[in-house]
Design a protein around this ligand. Structure first.
Ligand SMILES: NC(=O)N[C@H]1NC(=O)NC1=O
Ligand SMILES: [Zn+2]
Ligand SMILES: [Zn+2]
Length: 450
């Protein structure tokens, strides 16, 4: 008798860790149960993926969905839909810019309740790491946070205090014992705040003035400092949204001598340049700022050399009114969680001939391995039935109305991408298909395995 499955995806090109294979894949009870050239048997739902690539659904390690409390900027409902439209099945939400910030069990549970109600796709949470909540790190670990997030410089949110060196040192000692990683936004606070104050005093508020107020050395210096503290304490360290090739080099050197450190970068540091930001305006303002093309070429070289562990979106939207004004003064943050996979398919796969399995590693597999998330991030038997179906032959020019964000703004509006996500499948259920959200929220909380 023929076997019966819940879902079979037939005839697709599966992007597996070992390479791309033409095969069928079957899902039962939310998990991949079989991968074979031709799966005999029937399914409740058969998906014909002929001509399409089947990627593992992507995991975005770094988003700010701002829910609860700043839902006029973004929400878990809209953010998770946008992620799904870009092939995403899982995200790790930052402990700011929601309000209250995620700084203890109570604020964690408030966010969890929203996600349980509204999240289309799966989710994990970052805990906050500030001078005021060092006594809550263990309680957040109990809640199941995937790691902790700290800022070396002003975070943009008054309630989320920056981690001074003392806080970083003693907090890292605690995290080393808890066995959870610390991600740090690395920009030297003293230099960025002094240069910013000086620029403001002289009314220098253009895009170039903003770049000058946050030069590469602020990142490089702070990455070196955080590596020293991690080396001393044994805390696992992840550098957030690394933007300079010199800082990546520091991470690589430290890892080679045995420090438990790695780095994340963001699509926009690989795709946009300082000149683009000048053209685009405040929609492309972020911190650290987007750098020059020479640095970007070196970033690509290091990415392709395996020195950057994963690529996230740092989706950090705001009310568009907050982008209206002088460059130096407006909100820093870019909306991007819907475009990470198409952007990498275009700029890595298409333009630089990066292997598709390497793109899958950078967007799905590595981040789940780093955070010890079981059963997520690759197409393999026993893993969740999470897929992004992609038509690599189909290009599209991003229109504002394609965006599922709360506010339909992005620096990529008008940009052309090579590779269209046609369908996103979360644990066997199609959540996005041909431009539409086709499921109610079914996201589940994921937590690291110890
Ligand atoms: N608070 C916040 O989201 N900040 C983010 N925005 C940005 O551009 N960089 C960040 O760290
Ligand atoms: Zn940051
Ligand atoms: Zn961020």
């Amino acid at each position: 008798m023929n076997k019966r499955y819940e879902v079979i995806i037939r005839n697709g090109l599966l992007v597996c860790p070992e390479g791309v294979i033409k095969a069928d894949v079957a899902v039962c009870d939310e998990k991949i149960v079989e991968i074979a050239e031709e799966i005999a048997g029937e399914a409740r739902e058969t998906i014909d993926a002929a001509g399409q690539h089947v990627f593992p659904g992507i995991t975005d390690g770094h988003v700010h969905f701002n829910d609860p409390g700043r839902t006029e900027w973004e929400t878990i409902a809209t953010g998770s839909q946008a992620l799904a439209a870009g092939g995403g099945v899982l995200y790790f939400d930052m402990p700011l810019n929601c309000s209250p910030c995620t700084l203890d069990a109570k604020t964690f549970n408030a966010k969890l309740a929203v996600a349980q109600r509204d999240s289309l796709v799966d989710y994990g949470f970052w805990g906050g790491f500030t001078p005021n909540n060092l006594d809550k790190l263990a309680e957040l670990a109990e809640c199941g946070v995937i790691g902790f997030k700290a800022f070396s410089c002003f975070s943009g949110i008054d309630e989320f205090g920056r981690a001074d060196d003392y806080t970083a040192l003693v907090g890292m000692e605690t995290l080393a014992k808890l066995g959870l990683p610390l991600m740090v936004h690395c920009e030297n606070a003293e230099i960025t705040s002094a240069l910013t104050a000086k620029a403001l005093m002289h009314n220098k508020t253009t895009v170039r003035d903003y770049f000058a107020a946050r030069p590469p050395i602020t990142e490089i210096e702070n990455v070196a400092r955080m590596i020293s503290l991690a080396e001393e304490t044994g805390c696992k360290l992840i550098i957030a949204h690394i933007s300079t090739a010199r800082a990546v080099a520091l991470v690589t050197e430290a890892r080679r001598r045995g420090v438990d450190v790695c780095c994340e970068t963001i699509g926009h540091y690989l795709i946009l340049t300082a000149d683009d930001v000048e053209q685009l305006g405040t929609v492309a303002k972020c911190s650290p700022p987007i750098r020059d093309p020479k640095n970007q070429a070196k970033m690509w070289a290091r990415l392709l050399n395996g020195e950057i562990a994963f690529v996230s979106s740092d989706h950090s939207p705001c009310d568009p009114k907050l982008k209206d004004g002088e460059f130096l003064k407006v909100w820093g943050g870019i909306s991007a969680c819907q475009t990470t996979l198409p952007a990498l398919l275009t700029h890595a796969g298409h333009a630089r001939k990066v292997a598709l399995e390497d793109i899958a590693r950078l967007t799905a597999q590595n981040v789940n391995e780093i955070f010890n998330i079981p059963g997520k991030g690759k197409i393999a038997v026993g893993y969740d039935g999470d897929f992004a179906l992609v038509d690599l032959a189909k290009s599209f020019a991003l229109q504002a109305e394609d965006l599922f964000y709360k506010h339909q703004v992005s620096p990529y509006v008008g940009a052309t991408f090579q590779g269209t996500v046609t369908q996103t499948i979360l644990r066997g259920t199609t959540v996005f298909k041909h431009g539409r959200i086709v499921s109610k929220p079914i996201g589940k909380h994921v937590r690291p395995k110890f």
